[in-house]
Structure formats: structure tokens, C-alpha cells
Ligand binder design. Structure first.
Ligand code: ASP
Length: 316
């Protein structure tokens, strides 16, 4: 099992482009962005930053990339609007921040962090979250800035399919249809764990739909035992309190990190719906686990020496 002392692990979603359709250029672009994300998290930790700094920096790099379904490049809802969800949590004191349904904030993870640090609340949505962003000095970004040709095409295909389920679950695969929520977990020099997740949700989602990503305990969780960020079919992750269940299994059943993630992803979620998703998780010893019941998950880790490893498919 991978172990880091002062390190970061990330995912860029389970909706990997099928291996047969993945060009060398596309794979290289994904790998390079994952690497940049990890290096940003590593730089934060090396500079004496906290695990919260590291996960926020790592996620922001993937939000800025049009490759992933978060920030720029997010999926569009049924009206062709990008609405984004994000959350962040610190394991040492269970402090957390979350936002949902935000249309004009370039880095949703930054706003989630500000909710955690500068508001008396934990979760802000829609217009209220956007007003809070303005009050915190975050400028408004035109919704069209988040749109990419790839996601517009995915919206059209999702409309034709008549649903908002992730293509990889339906098996109705177009090579570039897939979701790509992003997330990170980290441990810092003080041993504090943190987790963060950011998404545009599902293509053609009903206006107002919120997935698991901003829900503490569903898409994101951090405690003294573990940090978890999920990706996949959000409704199932919410029903099963997936991220919290990793913590609960470790706390109450005394199992290891990988036994806990395996139980949640394969025994609970996998039994309910095939290819439902995955997660990146880290324990208080810095063990890293990537667990997914899909053909792949964009992912990677960096340790205290700056050694980086990235992967896309199950065998990588
Ligand atoms: N979990 C996300 C959601 O349901 C989608 C994803 O992981 O790509 O909104």
C-alpha cells in the first residue's frame, strides 16, 4: 500500500475515456494536469501549509483545467447552465465548508473554503452562496466561461438519452461523454488530514439537482482516522453516506483503510448498481487507497519528496 508522510492524493473522476478511444495526446494531457495538481498540493505542504491548503490548491488546478468536470469544463444542466458544487473538510476538528448550485465562481473549492473559514455556517447554496462570494471579494465569472464544446456535446447526447445518469453506468458510452468530478485528500506535518471535492454534477441534470460532492459524509469526509473524496453516481453515494461509512467502518469495526473503502465501493455501492464509482482515501498514517468499481479513475499521489505517480485505468 502506498504511504506518504506529508503528501497528497487526488482523483479526477471515474468517467475515464475507454482505453480503446484514448489517444496518446489525450492521455498525456490528463496525466500532465494530474501531475500539476499534485505538485500544487505538494508545494503548499512544502511551504509549511496545512492539509487544507494542499487539497484546496490541488483541486483548484483541476477546476481550472477544461479536461475535468469541475470549474471550467463542468457539465451543463437541462437548461444549458453550469451549476457547481464543492466541499472541503479538516479532520482534526471536523470543520467543513460546502457550496452548491453556484453559477459564477471560477474556483468553487475556494468558496467552500471561505464558507468554512469566514462564515458561521457550513453549507451555502445558489444565490446566497454567490452573494457571499461577492462579499468575500470573489468576482463574478460569466457562466459561458465554464462552457466547453465537449460538455455542450455531452449535454446534447444526454438529452437524446433522456436522462442524467452517468454514461459509464448505463453503458451508453461515447468516448468523451464521461463525468470527471475532482477531489483530493492530504496529510500535513502535524498529522492533520483534509479532504476536498468539486464538480459540475451530471450532464442534463434537472435544474436544482445536487449530488454527493458537496455533502459532508456523502462525497467528502475527513476525521482523525481518514480523509475521503468520492466520485460516481451521486445519488447512491448520498443514500449510503459513502464517505462517512469509510470512517464509520474504521472507527466501529476497527478495519483498515483499504478494507473500509473496499466494503463501501464493492459490497455496498457495487451491490446496488454496477460501476457506481470510486474514491480516494488516506488514513492517519498516510496510507493512500484508490478504490473504484469502474474501468478506471483518473488519479495520483505525491509524497514528501515530491515523487509523483499518476494513473488512469485499473491496471495502471
Ligand atoms: N458524483 C458526482 C455527482 O453525482 C458526479 C461525478 O463524480 O462525476 O454529482
Amino acid at each position: 500500500m502506498i504511504r506518504v508522510k506529508n503528501g497528497v492524493a487526488i482523483h479526477g473522476g471515474v468517467g475515464t475515456i475507454p482505453a480503446d478511444d484514448m489517444t496518446a495526446d489525450m492521455a498525456a494531457a490528463y496525466r500532465e494536469t494530474l501531475r500539476q495538481s499534485l505538485l500544487a498540493g505538494h508545494a503548499a505542504l512544502q511551504g509549511g501549509g496545512s492539509s487544507v491548503d494542499a487539497v484546496a490548491e490541488a483541486v483548484a488546478v483541476m477546476e481550472d483545467s477544461p479536461l475535468f468536470n469541475a470549474g471550467r469544463g463542468s457539465n451543463l444542466d437541462e437548461h444549458g447552465v453550469v451549476t457547481m458544487d464543492a466541499s472541503i473538510m479538516r479532520g482534526s476538528d471536523l470543520d467543513a465548508g460546502a457550496i452548491a448550485g453556484v453559477t459564477d465562481v471560477r474556483n468553487p473549492i475556494t468558496l467552500a473554503r471561505l464558507v468554512m473559514e469566514r462564515s458561521p455556517h457550513l453549507f451555502l447554496i445558489g444565490g446566497g452562496a454567490e452573494a457571499f462570494a461577492r462579499a468575500q471579494g470573489i468576482p463574478s465569472t460569466e457562466n459561458s466561461w465554464f462552457h466547453t464544446e465537449r460538455r455542450i456535446a455531452e449535454l446534447h447526447r444526454a438529452r437524446e438519452r433522456g436522462g442524467a445518469r452517468p454514461a459509464e453506468v448505463l453503458g451508453d458510452v461515447n468516448p468523451i461523454d464521461q463525468a470527471g468530478t475532482v477531489g483530493a485528500v492530504a496529510i500535513d506535518a502535524s498529522g492533520t488530514l483534509a479532504a476536498a471535492t468539486s464538480t459540475g454534477g451530471m450532464a442534463n441534470k434537472t435544474a436544482g439537482r445536487v449530488g454527493d460532492s458537496p455533502i459532508i459524509g456523502a462525497g467528502t469526509y475527513a476525521s482523525d482516522l481518514c480523509a475521503v473524496s468520492c466520485t460516481g453516481w451521486g445519488e447512491y453515494f448520498i443514500r449510503n453516506a459513502a464517505a462517512f461509512d469509510v470512517h464509520a467502518r474504521m472507527r466501529h469495526a476497527g478495519v483498515s483503510l483499504d478494507a473500509a473503502t473496499h466494503g463501501v465501493i464493492f459490497e455496498t455501492l457495487g451491490a446496488q448498481v454496477p460501476r457506481s464509482g470510486g474514491m480516494v482515501a488516506m488514513d492517519a498514517h498516510g496510507h493512500v487507497d484508490f478504490c473504484f468499481n469502474t474501468p478506471g479513475m483518473y488519479r495520483g499521489w505525491v509524497n514528501e519528496h515530491g515523487t509523483v505517480s499518476v494513473g488512469i485505468y485499473a491496471g495502471d
